[in-house]
Design a protein around this ligand. Structure first.
Ligand code: PMP
Length: 303
């Protein structure tokens, strides 16, 4: 299993990873009451840069707001967030691309099942950027576990406890010999993978479920929608039936930890000719370039 790099941000300073501990009686432990995001840091000869950092901060703020974690927005602003991330990267001095996981934990002890006004703390750690699904063609299985709906635990909020839903789906897919799961909603429409968004291509049009389909509003999903439109591909956000995946020309996943990953099989049915399609390839190239250099959208922050 992977380990965090040696220095971590915890509460208001950087400490050795072994010193960053949360009590067993905190809501974070008792109820999974933490929200988080993971952003990538690219390391190359030009230096180190983070991708869409402001959007990650904004989504963290919004996750807190949805769940009712109200102290984070009072105590943190974007400048404090960048400063902490930069200091963390400087102290760990990674030599290769890494991911940074930032969490806001409710660390109040035994408050019961409530949240507003509870104390919070922030943790950040760095780990090696290892993709969560194969990059050369992933195989998916429809999950028998449905995606948690917005009126139960909103997928829009990246809340730790909700990831039990993802664990159930992913483990089931792995047990059945697949790489990941496709979540459907209560009506059988396509939502997303266990920790990545999903796209299909049919007749040259790039199609993905809307943000109201019980999905995480993924930052790489937004990125790919922008890049696809710039490349001149028609782009549609609409409800998708499962069987549309079976007859798609191309299917791919997006996410910080998934990249833009071609899907070559869904439920035993080959997607297209069973290899990465041309539009997936083009978007993958644009996305991977944008992670490092982006002069158009302001997506890259030097760290
Ligand atoms: N959906 C889920 C459920 C996820 O956990 C993730 C990973 N954060 C994504 C989609 C992709 O989001 P992003 O592009 O912001 O990494």
């Amino acid at each position: 299993m992977a380990e965090p790099h040696s220095r971590v941000y915890f509460r208001d300073r950087i400490v050795p990873a072994s010193e960053a501990t949360l009590g067993i009686a905190t809501s974070a432990m008792l109820y999974g009451l933490s929200v988080y995001t993971v952003f990538p840091v690219q390391v190359d000869e030009r230096g180190r840069s983070a991708f869409r950092l402001a959007d990650h901060f904004q989504r963290l703020v919004e996750s807190c707001k949805i769940i009712g974690i109200d102290r984070f927005a009072d105590e943190w602003d974007y400048q404090r967030f960048i400063d902490a991330a930069r200091q963390l990267i400087i102290e760990n001095d990674p030599q290769r691309d890494v991911f940074v996981r930032v969490s806001v934990h409710v660390d109040e002890s035994i408050p019961g099942t409530r949240v507003r006004g509870c104390s919070t703390c922030v943790s950040m750690f760095v780990y090696d950027a290892v993709p969560i699904i194969p990059q050369d063609g992933a195989r998916l299985k429809t999950s028998q576990w449905r995606r948690i709906p917005d009126d139960a635990i909103p997928s829009r909020a990246k809340v730790n406890g909700a990831y039990v839903n993802s664990v159930l789906a992913k483990q089931d897919a792995i047990d059945a010999g697949y790489d990941d799961a496709v979540f459907l909603d209560g009506q059988g429409h396509v939502c997303e993978l266990s920790a990545a968004n999903i796209f299909l291509v049919r007749g040259g049009t790039v199609i993905t479920p809307p943000v109201s389909s019980d999905i995480l509003d993924g930052i790489n999903r937004r990125t790919v929608l922008t890049l696809a439109a710039e490349e001149g591909f028609p782009v549609v956000e609409r409800v998708i039936d499962l069987t549309e995946l079976y007859i798609a020309d191309e299917v791919f996943a997006t996410g910080t930890s998934a990249g833009v990953a071609p899907i070559i099989e869904v439920d035993g049915r080959k997607v297209g000719d069973g290899t990465q399609g041309p539009i997936t390839g083009a978007l993958r190239k644009r996305h991977s370039a944008a992670l490092r250099t982006d002069t158009v959208h302001g997506w890259v922050t030097a760290l």
